[in-house]
Design a protein around this ligand. Structure first.
Ligand code: NAP
Length: 460
């Protein structure tokens, strides 16, 4: 079965869905294209009513929506509720600000008049990951629907119930059929959709491998794309950091969403002076996490999203060890039903270890000891990825200076990399290109059209 909901806490299959046929896909594309012609003519006020209504519905249905996330991919229930709230905030943010962000810009040419207007491109196609099953959809759908585009989404194959629930929200909020379309399609059909002339832009959030495939296909078709890909964020601890607070953040930065965040801290880079104390406190804090049912408030360590994800992570740890890394703590699956992995710290990773440049998507921390800030920056930048990163210091000006030398799309000082509707999100290098959220996010799939009025020559 192509799309399957399997509870990773106990392995139970909850629901299965067939992939759509090519005929069903064609109908969906035609419906979206027809919808765009009407939707683009609607006012910002009308679109804002629909988007704000979808936000209100998300909040009303918070509990049932959150439970679906926890059932399908194992996120701790409190975090699932947080994701629903954040997604609703993103919807409201664009309902409130889109018109302002897309207002015509009047230029000052040497003669006559000129302005740049922002027009929608058409039907957009998004390919999305399972790790934040609503938030990812919200940050693609809300700005683009507000801009007058319509969207079609292929969600990850392990979260079909979340995908369908999110599509239903739009219909219940009064969006016309075709404004937001969920597609249950195969990778081959993804290529077919990208090739289709009715699709005007492509946005993928996922791994670098998926990004290369989808971006290449979009490029072949000369279609604009944005790529929000993986990361291997550095968590840099400078010698004046408040250690207890920093360790608290380190646990959050690593273990939020069971370590399955693109911007989770993946490489802990600590100056020599604090390294031993940090390691001791960090491993002690990880040891306190309690595995269990992610629906229970008392559980602090949930399963990974799927058994396959767990197997992949275990293989990565084994290969890292074969390449010379040392397991300081953890490294194995937890001996119980479900896709549970021990919180793990790996040390002694050298650049010649194949794992050095890999993204570990789960509760595995790579630990590096460095002499000073200079070495920390060199190590942080020595990565194929360039998504986020964080710096811990009590000297904010120093933190800003170090941040200016980090080669990523986002750097946070005294907080792990995180997200709010009003802050741009995205990376460089193998972490992708383009930005989502904030004013920048709504500008990606827009025709910035120049309208020029020549001065009338009255001399004749
Ligand atoms: P993934 O395997 O790349 O899948 C992401 C999406 O792409 C899924 O819908 C998947 O469909 C689809 N897909 C994968 N390969 C494809 C191909 N060759 N052709 C067409 N579609 C393809 O990633 P994931 O495991 O779901 O998510 C984790 C990754 O996403 C991590 O690397 C994480 O860092 C990254 N991520 C990045 C951001 C960001 O904003 N930068 C945010 C969240 C996650 P199927 O499920 O059907 O395979």
């Amino acid at each position: 079965m192509a799309y399957q909901s399997i509870n990773p806490y106990n392995g139970e299959t909850l629901k299965s869905f067939d992939a759509q046929t090519d005929g069903q896909l064609e109908t969906a594309l035609a419906t979206a294209a027809a919808c765009f012609e009407k939707w683009r003519q609607t006012t910002f006020a009308h679109r804002a009513d629909v988007v704000a209504k979808a936000a209100a519905l998300m909040r009303e249905q918070s509990e049932s929506l959150a439970r679906l996330v926890t059932l399908e991919m194992g996120k701790l229930i409190a975090q699932s509720r947080g994701e629903v709230a954040l997604s609703a905030d993103i919807l409201d943010y664009y309902a409130q600000h889109a018109e302002h962000f897309l207002a015509p810009e009047h230029l000052i040419p040497s003669t006559g008049e000129a302005m740049v207007v922002s027009e929608p491109l058409g039907v957009l196609f998004g390919v999305q990951p399972w790790n934040f099953p609503y938030y990812q959809l919200a940050r693609f759908a809300a700005p683009n629907l507000m801009a007058g585009n319509v969207v079609m989404v292929k969600h990850a194959s392990c979260v079909p119930q979340c995908a369908l629930a999110f599509e239903k929200l739009w219909l219940d909020a009064g969006a016309p059929v075709g404004a937001y379309t969920n597609l249950l399609i195969s990778h081959d059909q993804v290529n077919h959709v990208i090739d289709d002339a009715r699709i005007k832009g492509v946005a993928l959030t996922g791994s670098a491998e998926a990004g290369k495939s989808v971006a290449a296909r979009a490029g072949l078709n000369l279609k604009k794309s944005t790529m929000e890909l993986g990361g291997s964020d550095a968590f840099i601890v400078l010698d004046d950091a408040d250690l207890d607070k920093t360790v608290e953040w380190a646990v959050w930065a690593k273990m939020n969403n069971n370590g399955q965040c693109c911007v989770a801290a993946k490489r802990f880079i600590v100056v020599d002076q604090l390294a031993d104390q940090f390691l001791e406190k960090f491993s002690a804090a990880l040891a306190l996490l309690t595995p269990g049912d992610p629906m229970e408030a008392s559980t602090t360590l949930g399963p990974l999203s799927t058994e396959a994800a767990l197997q992949h992570l275990l293989e990565q740890v084994d290969q890292a060890v074969a390449g010379g890394a040392i397991v300081l703590t953890g490294g194995k699956r937890i001996d119980r039903t479900g896709a549970f992995m021990q919180p793990t710290i790996l040390t002694h990773l050298k650049p010649d270890n194949p794992a050095y440049n890999e993204e570990f998507f789960g509760p595995v921390a790579l630990f590096f000891r460095v002499k000073d800030e200079g070495e920390a920056v060199i190590l942080a930048n020595d990565s194929n990825y360039g998504l986020g990163g964080s710096i811990f210091t009590q000297d904010i000006e120093w933190g800003k200076f170090v941040a200016s030398r980090i080669e990523t799309g986002m750097v946070f000082i005294n907080h792990p990399t995180w997200t709010t509707p009003d802050l741009p999100f995205g990376g460089i290098k193998n972490s992708g290109y383009g930005r989502e959220l904030s004013n920048l996010g709504i500008q990606e799939f827009i025709n910035k059209k120049l309208i020029r009025v020549d001065a009338i020559d009255t001399s004749a």
